[in-house]
Ligand binder design. Structure first.
Ligand code: UGA
Length: 438
């Protein structure tokens, strides 16, 4: 099939490459000409396992091309809209880019060579958006709209796109055209046995925002339990392990620590609150405000512990933050708890060094108050406090005996609950682990 992918951010770039991998002829569109040039050269605009290889392979096969000109989508049968829906000033989702694409597509597709085309929304949007867009598209009888939310995780984006837990189609009342086209697009994935769920627009939109809000709630729940653990001497790793063995609860997304960040969960929680209010059910989503509040509170905790440890004065104290990305296997620093913590320590006068195996290039030049150090041992040398903020494997694998030789003071805050406390203590470290009792 001939497919266009409009908006080549994280979601769109991965989707375009994966659609080419499935055997389609794909054109990726973005207004950012620098990004287009980069992708054309086969360079990944972000760190994502498997992405560069699949991008190069598709370019070599000649089944993937990029353009900044929306009129290049005219010959396509299916158009995936993957533009960002960032947080607006009131917390709600900003749909400006989505509407700009809708207007552009209406112009371009008015004289499409295809008798009928399918436009598929993939962006995360408040419920009601698809119906509104579909009504606008109704001016042109040759356009049908479907909503097909994406559930990929950064770091596993290619794997999640090609092997999702489920495919959700949100379709208009007259569904056959949308279903047939989406089935053809995803044929190899469906043949592998992936469940396919066909709903109306509203359910499909709500699946996406509810899933992210639920994941965020799970994390904030366990982080609230972590606070209780700190107050009582219990260990949140143990509590999470035991409750997670109840299959109804499940073990995943119960890792306590400095909380969730990234370009999705924080903004999606806020957008869901705004959307619920708009629909008159805000009351029932009050708890999501606490999900957000607890999350912010956990970012403040390492700073609070540092202040307590150094008698309320961090001026000139050399502190090393291990990790800058919002999670491992990603170079994304959007709403990263690690960066927030580092900046907060710097505001308290600490001499903050930050290291990360992937994300330093992304932050270079952005924060004067932070010293970026590529080499891990150099970053830790002379530190009076280490804070583990992103649980990259290289930090999990640290040998406390070796670290002890590098640092000026043996003090560690484990913000991700991954260090073997006994081992670090044996090497002479005072270790403060969030939610792990004393
Ligand atoms: C999230 C969802 O997991 C995806 O399903 C969704 O498609 C995506 O948002 C999106 O809407 O595009 P992502 O932002 O890539 O994916 O990252 P997650 O793996 O969900 O992690 C989010 C944050 O939660 C990270 O900062 C991570 O460190 C934190 N986290 C995760 C915890 O603090 N504890 C956990 O147990 C799990």
């Amino acid at each position: 099939m001939k497919i266009s992918v409009i908006g080549l951010g994280y979601l769109g770039a991965v989707h375009a490459v994966c659609m080419a991998e499935l055997g389609h002829d794909v054109v990726g569109i973005d207004v950012d000409t620098e990004r287009i040039a980069k992708l054309e050269r086969g360079e990944a605009p972000f760190f994502e396992p498997d992405f560069p290889e699949k991008l190069s392979a598709a370019l070599e096969r000649g089944t993937l091309r990029f353009s900044a000109d929306l009129s290049d989508v005219r010959e396509c049968d299916v158009h995936f809209v993957c533009v960002g829906t960032p947080q607006g000033s009131d917390g709600s989702a900003d749909l400006g880019a989505l509407h700009a694409v809708r207007e552009g597509l209406q112009k371009v597709l008015a004289d499409s060579t295809r008798e009928k085309v399918l436009v598929v929304g993939k962006s995360t949007v408040p419920v009601g958006t698809a119906r509104g867009l579909s009504e606008a598209f109704a001016e042109l009888p040759n356009i049908e709209l479907a909503w097909n939310p994406e559930f990929l995780r950064e770091g596993y984006a290619v794997k999640d796109t090609l092997g999702p837990d489920r495919l959700v189609y949100g379709v208009h009342e007259d569904q056959q055209f949308s279903i047939a086209h989406l089935d053809a697009v995803y044929a190899p994935i469906l043949e592998a046995g992936t469940p396919r769920l066909v709903y109306g627009y509203e359910s499909a939109e709500l699946v996406k925002v509810s899933a992210n809000a639920f994941l965020a709630t799970k994390i904030s729940f366990v982080n609230a339990v972590a606070e209780m653990c700190e107050a009582t001497g219990a260990d949140v790793v143990e509590v999470a392990e035991a409750i997670g063995l109840d299959e109804r609860i499940g073990r995943r997304f119960l890792k306590a620590g400095i909380g969730f960040g990234g370009g999705c969960l924080p903004k999606d929680v806020r957008a869901f609150i705004a959307s619920a209010e708009e629909h008159g059910v805000g009351d029932s989503f009050e708890f999501l405000r606490n999900v957000d509040r607890i999350n912010q509170k956990r970012r403040a905790r390492p700073v609070q512990l540092a202040l307590e440890h150094f008698g309320g004065n961090l001026a000139g104290v050399p502190i090393t933050v291990l990790g800058a990305a919002f999670k491992p296997y990603s170079d994304d620093v959007r709403d990263s708890p690690a960066i927030d913590i580092a900046l907060s320590l710097a505001r308290h006068g600490a001499d903050v060094r930050i290291t990360d195996p992937q994300a330093l290039d992304v932050v270079r030049g952005r924060y004067e108050e932070l010293t970026l150090v590529d080499d891990l041992e150099e970053a830790m040398s002379g530190a009076r406090l280490l804070i583990l903020a992103t649980e990259w494997q290289i930090y999990r694998d640290l040998d406390p005996e070796r670290v002890a030789e590098l640092v000026a003071e043996r003090v560690v805050i484990d913000g991700r609950g991954v260090f073997d406390l006994a081992r670090w203590r044996k090497a002479g470290f005072e270790i403060m682990a969030l939610g792990r009792g004393d």
